[in-house]
Design a protein around this ligand. Structure first.
Ligand code: CA
Length: 234
C-alpha cells in the first residue's frame, strides 16, 4: 500500500518508483534520476509496481507486459494519494480525460526530454506537499466524508466515486458552503497545465450531482461552485 507520510523537500531523500519494462529506457533514466539526487526503485511489471513499498512518487509507463498500465494506475490511486506521473508512447493516443479519471497527476509522452521530466516530477511533488492537512471527517447535511478512507455517504448510503470525483467533492467540502472558484478546483484536483480540464470539471460536477443529489452542488455563475447551504438544514 502506498501512503505518503510526508513529501520531503530535499531531493536526496525523495523516493521514486519507476515502472518501466524496457531496460533501454529504464536503465539510463534510473541513472539520470539518481544523478539528480532521487532514490529510484525499478519495477518492470505492473504486478511488481502494485507490490512495491511506499514511495513519494510513481513514474508509470502505460505499456507493461503483464497488466494494462491504466489498471495499475487506478489500483495505485485507489490505495493511496501517492503522486503518479504517467509515461505514454505517442502511439497510445492518450486521452487526457481518461488519464484524469484514472487518477494520474500528470503525464509525459515518449520520447520526452529528461529535463522536462525532472521539472514535472518536482512540480508534482511541490503540489503534493502543499496539499493542506484537513479534518478527517466532514458532515454537511446528508453528506458525510471520511477523508482517511476516502469514503463518502449520502443520506446514509455509500456513494461510489471515481478518484477525481472524490477529490472534487473533498475540495468543495474543505470549506462547506464557501464558493470555490473553477481555477481553484482545477488546481486542487487536476493540474493547471491540463488543457480541456474546464469541461472535465463540469462533467465531474454533473456526475457528483447524479450520484448524490442534484442540489448538493450549487453553480455560482461566473465564479465556480459550492456545497449548497440547505444541505446543512435538511
Ligand atoms: Ca513499456
Amino acid at each position: 500500500m502506498f501512503v505518503i507520510e510526508r513529501v520531503r523537500c530535499n531531493p536526496c531523500c525523495v523516493e521514486l518508483l519507476l515502472v518501466e519494462d524496457d531496460s533501454s529506457i529504464s536503465q539510463p533514466l534510473k541513472a539520470g534520476l539518481e544523478r539528480e539526487g532521487f532514490e529510484v526503485t525499478l519495477a518492470t511489471t505492473g504486478a511488481q509496481a502494485l507490490q512495491a513499498d511506499p514511495v513519494d512518487l510513481v513514474l508509470l509507463d502505460l505499456g507493461l507486459p503483464d497488466l494494462d498500465g491504466r489498471v495499475v494506475c487506478q489500483n495505485l490511486r485507489a490505495a493511496s494519494t501517492v503522486p503518479i506521473i504517467v509515461v505514454t508512447a505517442r502511439e497510445d493516443e492518450i486521452d487526457r480525460v481518461m488519464l484524469l479519471e484514472l487518477g494520474a497527476d500528470d503525464y509525459v509522452v515518449k520520447p520526452f526530454g529528461f529535463r522536462e521530466l525532472v521539472a514535472r516530477i518536482r512540480a508534482v511533488l511541490r503540489r503534493a506537499a502543499s496539499r493542506p492537512v484537513e479534518e478527517e471527517r466532514v458532515e454537511w447535511g446528508s453528506l458525510s466524508i471520511d477523508r482517511r478512507a476516502r469514503h463518502v455517504e449520502y443520506d446514509g448510503t455509500r456513494v461510489d466515486l471515481t478518484p477525481k470525483e472524490y477529490d472534487l467533492l473533498a475540495a468543495l467540502a474543505s470549506d462547506p458552503g464557501a464558493a470555490v472558484t473553477r481555477e481553484q478546483l482545477i488546481n486542487d484536483v487536476w493540474d493547471e497545465n491540463w488543457w480541456g480540464s474546464t469541461k472535465t470539471l463540469d462533467v465531474h460536477v454533473a456526475s457528483l450531482r447524479k450520484k448524490t443529489d442534484p442540489s448538493l452542488i450549487q453553480t455560482i455563475r461566473g465564479v465556480g461552485f459550492r456545497l449548497a447551504e440547505n444541505q446543512q438544514e435538511s
